[in-house]
Write a protein of this length. Structure first.
Lengths: 260, 166
């Protein structure tokens, strides 16, 4: 084994690739020679192949099992579509209800007593009022540190948070910040458009069952608030109902796609 | 997404196998697969060739997140109740071997289990495994090497270095 011009020494990765029969041909001969010279290594690798095969064999039955009905894709897809449509139509119903009435209280699809979701709405509005007017420090972490922003918020909220992409609607992400609540911390993401109008997306983890949708107007500031998947989400801005609803739908679609 | 079923369903058996190997619980495995598929359906574009590693990655992350959540607030005591979790596979002749094998396998650290399953059972390329596990390929190789050796020792009845992964 004194081969001074040996191009590249044998490594663990070569040995693994040998076990997996994935060595490039050029390397194959070298490794074979090495194994001939080191029978104890050859034995070990042969064991690895055996145990790999035994593991695969142990799981073979699972691969051949017929699929249960609930894993069929077509019904799953249909159900998702109808769920999405239900949300949109519920949202439309609430906004219609609102169109005549005065500003003020929350308009809900399912009216309820004061509750955690309503508190989340109040915090979202307060956060908007406090930070959307802020000139110098609207956000704590700016959007150009995107990865850091997502990581930080995910850590503090203890669940994956990815700022929704609203560029297609003309909203650019400015950045985000943490917002204290009486329960766990929440996140506020801020967006602006070409005219400097600001929009906030508020995300608060909470144990809340079911989906609800609410809307509130306070002067020119409107908030769409909803719950899903153990999150309260709110979109707030000094924008029209239609613009707000578009943003909310987009946030919802993104939240769904990214999982929760 | 017109042909979502045609695109996704061929991968489901492998997803179920991977999920079952991780959880060793038939119902929990199918829950994981269902969550994975639902998530996949919310994406617009899953390409045929890249679908499998991507789906496995989604499933893997769901499993890891779930495992983390379970550790945070343990619902079912999972101290060393492994044995009770091990399912009897509906195999014909190999049922006994399978159960033994999987029981031994469950003694490996989670990271070692994952890399072995993805390489040796699912047959993913090392590069795809790196993507699924979100680690550099060098880490895949060294982890694979350690996993195989740890598995060998387990099968030989040497109980050393469990639950310790670099």
């Amino acid at each position: 084994m004194t081969e001074p011009t040996s191009p590249q020494p044998i490594g663990d990765d070569d040995l693994m690739a040998w076990v997996d029969r994935r060595l490039p041909p050029a390397r194959q001969a070298m490794v074979e020679a090495y194994l001939t010279a080191h029978p104890e290594v050859a034995d070990r690798l042969a064991r690895y192949r055996e145990q790999d095969a035994a593991l695969a064999e142990a799981l073979r039955a699972k691969l051949e099992e017929p699929l249960p009905a609930r894993l069929r894709v077509a019904p799953m897809l249909a159900q998702q579509r109808s769920r999405r449509w239900a949300w949109v139509s519920r949202a439309a119903a609430v906004l219609l209800l609102m169109s005549g009435s005065a500003a003020g209280g929350w308009v809900a699809h399912r009216a309820a007593a004061p509750d955690p979701l309503q508190n989340a709405g109040a915090v979202a509005e307060a956060a908007y009022a406090t930070f959307a007017v802020e000139v110098r420090h609207p956000v704590e972490v700016r959007a150009d540190e995107g990865a850091h922003l997502a990581q930080w918020l995910s850590n503090r909220l203890d669940r994956p948070v990815r700022p929704p992409e609203l560029v297609a609607l003309g909203w650019r992400l400015m950045g985000g910040r943490l917002v204290p609540t009486t329960a766990a911390p929440a996140a506020l993401l801020m967006y602006d458009d070409d005219r400097g109008t600001r929009l906030t997306v508020y995300v608060q983890p909470m144990t809340i069952e079911g989906e609800e949708f609410r809307y509130r107007r306070d002067g020119e500031v409107r908030t769409i608030l909803w719950s899903e998947n153990h999150l309260a989400l709110a979109v707030t801005g000094r924008v029209s109902r239609e613009v707000l609803l578009q943003a909310a739908q987009r946030v919802r679609a993104e939240a769904e796609r990214n999982g929760s | 997404m017109r042909n979502a079923a045609a695109l996704l369903e061929p991968h489901i058996p492998a997803l179920r196998r991977y999920a079952f190997a991780l959880t060793r619980d038939h119902a929990a495995a199918d829950d994981l697969v269902q969550d994975t598929l639902e998530r996949a359906l919310r994406r617009w574009s899953v390409r045929g060739e890249t679908a499998r590693p991507w789906l496995l990655a989604v499933l893997h992350n769901l499993f890891v997140d779930g495992a983390r959540a379970r550790r945070r607030r343990p619902l079912h005591g999972r101290l060393d109740g492994h044995e009770t979790d091990i399912a009897v596979l509906p195999g014909q002749d190999g049922a006994m071997i399978s159960r033994d094998m999987l029981a031994q396998f469950s003694g490996l650290a989670d990271e070692h289990q994952a890399v072995l399953l993805l390489v040796a059972v699912e047959g993913l390329s090392y590069a795809d495994v790196a993507t699924v596990l979100d680690v550099p390929i060098g880490t895949v190789m060294s982890r694979l090497s350690r996993a195989r050796e740890a598995f060998r020792r387990l099968l030989d009845g040497e109980r050393v270095g469990l639950r310790r992964v670099k």
